[in-house]
Design a protein around this ligand. Structure first.
Ligand code: KG4
Length: 336
């Protein structure tokens, strides 16, 4: 009989629980967000995030079990995000999962959130073969990894400053157009002209690292100039968003193609919240087709923070014999 795995994710501002089976079928995938709590601050407030997790965790786990048609007694393994993330937030999901596993006498594994994103394509009907290249773009990370199997991940490049999602969020805050920033900037960009403003791209020579802080500063300065000239019309803001988005997308796509060619990889997987961006998805599809690369675009619900990917990555850790111990603690920085 196949295993039933309960996954728990609470690394930032989403309280999530999922139930999957040993064949990676997602039986339930529940996410409770906190956007309404953080919106007026323009970013996640760590103390509020951990308090919201505490309030939500029991209901979210119960709802996942209900949707999956399972009870706690049916669960064979519990996996929870161990890091990276906000320590107060991580502690809620990790301790909850650990205590639940201990009381049920079931095994418990901590999962690196990044490994969840790197393996999220396995939750889809069409799965990539090893080895493959993974571009992970979220609010906390922008990185390229070579994935050789379920536990061997090699970092090829990462952001030296802001993550791409963080840059989107900061631009939205600067323009005061809403929260979270990525989806709003992307919506505005759809109505703008991406060629109106020439914004910088940080290529960093041959490196596969990223940098978005220069682009963010240039966008800020441009916005200031527009405001001084009394030219910050609605259309100018649309054009600014479109020009900013195009600069981010161009660098992400170009470096991914370059990394795949350098590593001789013909399969590319994307993950993380920014991979829900339609311009990024379109451009990746176009460039991968041109370069004869196979692209795997997980469903948006598997790209953003979710517990199904944590359950799957936890299962892989467990079957590889990496069981962790009851003394394990959370960590704020990824070890990958
Ligand atoms: O992976 P994720 O759900 O969680 C964290 O990193 O915590 O990613 C969230 C990030 C945010 O920065 C959000 O603004 C960005 O993903 N994001 C987007 C889009 N949807 C979400 N960025 C650009 N375009 C989008 N459509």
């Amino acid at each position: 009989m196949t295993m039933i795995i309960l996954g728990i994710e609470s690394s930032c501002d989403d309280t999530a629980a999922a139930v999957i089976d040993g064949d990676a079928n997602v039986l339930a995938n529940v996410v409770s967000g906190q956007d309404a709590v953080h919106a007026r601050f323009g970013g996640v407030v760590p103390e509020l995030a951990s308090r919201c997790h505490l309030e939500a965790i029991t209901a979210v786990v119960d709802e996942a079990l209900r949707q999956a048609g399972k009870t706690l007694g049916d669960i064979d393994l519990i996996a929870a995000t161990q890091g990276p993330g906000l320590i107060g937030s991580l502690l809620v999901g990790f301790c909850y999962g650990k205590a639940l596993a201990f009381s049920l006498a079931r095994p418990f594994v901590g999962v690196d959130h990044m490994s969840g994103h790197l393996l999220s394509a396995f939750l889809e009907p069409r799965q990539p073969p090893f080895p493959y290249l993974a571009l992970i773009v979220s609010g906390g990370t922008t990185a390229l990894f070579r994935v050789d199997d379920f536990s061997r991940f090699s970092l090829l490049g990462r952001t030296r400053d802001d993550a791409a999602g963080e840059a989107f969020d900061k631009i939205a805050r600067l323009l005061d157009i809403g929260y979270p920033g990525g989806p709003v900037v992307s919506r505005y960009a759809e109505q703008g002209d991406p060629s109106r403003f020439a914004l910088p791209r940080a290529w960093l020579d041959d490196s596969l690292d990223f940098s978005f802080s220069g682009l963010k500063t240039a966008t800020q300065q441009l916005h200031k100039q527009l405001a001084c000239r009394n030219d910050a019309s609605r259309q100018a803001i649309f054009d600014l968003c479109a020009s900013f988005q195009q600069a981010v997308v161009e660098v992400l796509v170009e470096k991914s193609i370059r990394a795949a060619q350098t590593e001789a990889l013909s399969h590319l997987v994307i993950g993380g919240g920014v991979s829900a961006n339609s311009s990024l998805r379109r451009e990746l599809l176009r460039r991968c087709t041109e370069a004869s690369l196979h692209l795997y675009l997980p469903a948006p619900a598997h790209c953003t923070d979710n517990a199904a990917m944590i359950a799957f990555a936890g299962l892989q850790r467990y079957v590889n014999g990496d069981h962790g111990s009851w003394g394990d603690d959370v960590f704020s920085r990824s070890k990958l």
